[in-house]
Design a protein around this ligand. Structure first.
Ligand SMILES: Cc1ncc(COP(=O)(O)O)c(C=O)c1O
Length: 417
């Protein structure tokens, strides 16, 4: 949770926005504050609509599941072209529900565990949810261009994991760009009955070859944590699945394993989606396609500004490496992430000028203290370790202004001048 807390602190520490943009010749000394995120801009435009949706839930007095949750689940399933969507309490719960619904965990005899292959370059929950389900995480390195799990590295882990029951591969659509689903779908075919589970926490509305995240894998987990591109007013999440069986099991598991009231068929958990959050999300979902388009436009503007400033380079020894978009992907730029030379000094320089930035993620999961028991060591995933040392996320959200993006790029240019 440290990362999320830090993220919240960065946002809260950001000074209030100036009403009138101010341009300075010397950005380094007189920079305009640019927050990493400013939730208030989105809320200002939706205030009436959201408050009225919340009021409706209050009037109905149906706070647990009920029409607000089923209404959102229906709309969200349609939005990601998945036949089934199950609302739940967080993205972490959605990952756990996906694994548990797919019967991935300790093997039936209890002497060993199912294994799931995933990436070390993600938020902690990607791996902790596998452990929470009673399964064993096996890690494979990333593709250095997209930062997503490498299908080739997964294939290598599969061929060296004799004696392990690998039940699923769990790619993350990091920063809002889908993992290479052509390769993962081919891998699924070759290793039948291997399942594919999407960690789509950062990617509502993203697509691969036109198929939305949520309809690519057998199951998919979404987070609606307040900084996500589709965000609730608190914690919330959702599981999407192509399978009626997994859908039925996820509904049972999110409500204490009950199919009939007070008859507990399995040891589930309480991880239902809050009705008020569902009402907020259903309003916001209607705006998401437009917000995702704006994010792509802002990303393209950053690209242009960096190129115009002569800062863009092919590798981090020569300059800033801009985000790479696979031509088959439709990203949502949940984050705009560059590789930056002298990254930590640059981040400090920006912070001194009240320009927000963030590192997703500074420590790859195989090097986290709490995951030492997985048995990995420094050097095991060099591409993830290099990424952790070089990546920097810059402010991006639908309402960010052009002058703010210019300020960010000018400050970065001043740092490297
Ligand atoms: C890639 C990834 N997976 C899982 C999660 C967990 O989601 P949540 O914070 O809603 O539990 C997050 C969100 O932080 C995430 O970014």
């Amino acid at each position: 949770m440290l990362t999320l807390l830090d993220e919240a602190r960065t946002i809260m520490a950001a000074p209030p926005l100036l009403a009138t943009p101010i341009y300075h010749d010397n950005v380094a000394e007189n920079s305009q504050p640019v927050p990493m995120l400013d939730f208030s801009r989105q809320f200002a435009g939706l205030r009436e609509e959201i408050l009225s949706a919340i009021e409706k839930v209050c009037d109905s007095q149906q706070f647990i599941l009920g029409p607000a949750v089923t209404g959102f689940e229906k709309a969200a399933a349609a939005a990601c072209a998945a036949p089934h969507a199950v609302g739940c309490a967080s993205g972490t719960d959605a990952l756990w529900l996906a694994l548990a619904a797919a019967r991935i965990g300790p093997d039936a005899g209890g002497s060993s565990s199912d294994a799931v292959i995933t990436t070390p370059f993600s938020f902690f929950a990607t791996v902790s949810s596998i452990l929470r389900a009673g399964a064993k995480p096996l890690l494979a390195d990333i593709d250095p261009l997209t930062f997503n799990l490498s299908p080739t590295a997964v294939e290598e882990v599969l061929s060296s994991s004799a004696g392990q029951t690998v039940k699923a591969v769990l790619p993350v659509h990091l920063y809002g760009q889908c993992a290479d689903w052509d390769a993962f779908a081919a891998l699924r075919q070759r290793h039948h009955p291997l399942l594919l589970i999407e960690d789509a926490a950062q990617a509502f509305g993203a697509a691969w070859n036109g198929t939305p995240a949520g309809a690519l894998g057998d199951l998919a987990a979404f987070s609606f944590y307040p900084t996500k591109n589709l965000s609730a007013f608190g914690d919330a999440g959702m599981l999407a699945t192509l399978s009626a069986d997994f859908d039925e099991r996820a509904r049972m598991l999110r409500g204490h394993g009950m199919r009939r009231r007070y008859y507990h068929d399995e040891i589930g958990w309480n991880c239902r989606l809050d009705s008020i959050q569902a009402a907020v999300l259903e309003v916001k979902l209607r705006y998401l396609p437009q917000w995702n388009r704006q994010r792509r436009d802002h990303a393209a503007r950053y690209d242009r500004l960096f190129r115009a400033a002569g800062l863009a380079a092919a590798n981090v020894r020569e300059g800033i490496v801009l985000p790479f978009t696979d031509p088959r992907a439709t990203p949502v730029f949940h984050q705009y992430v560059i590789r930056a030379p002298r990254r930590d000094q640059l981040r400090q320089y920006l912070a001194d000028r009240h320009i927000g930035s963030e590192i997703y993620y500074p420590v790859p999961l195989h090097l986290q203290a709490s995951l030492a028991g997985l048995g990995y060591k420094p050097g095991d995933f060099p591409l993830s370790e290099a990424a952790a040392a070089e990546v920097l996320a810059l402010p991006i959200y639908p309402e960010i202004r052009e002058d703010e993006q210019q300020t960010v790029v000018e400050a970065i240019a001043a740092f490297y001048a």
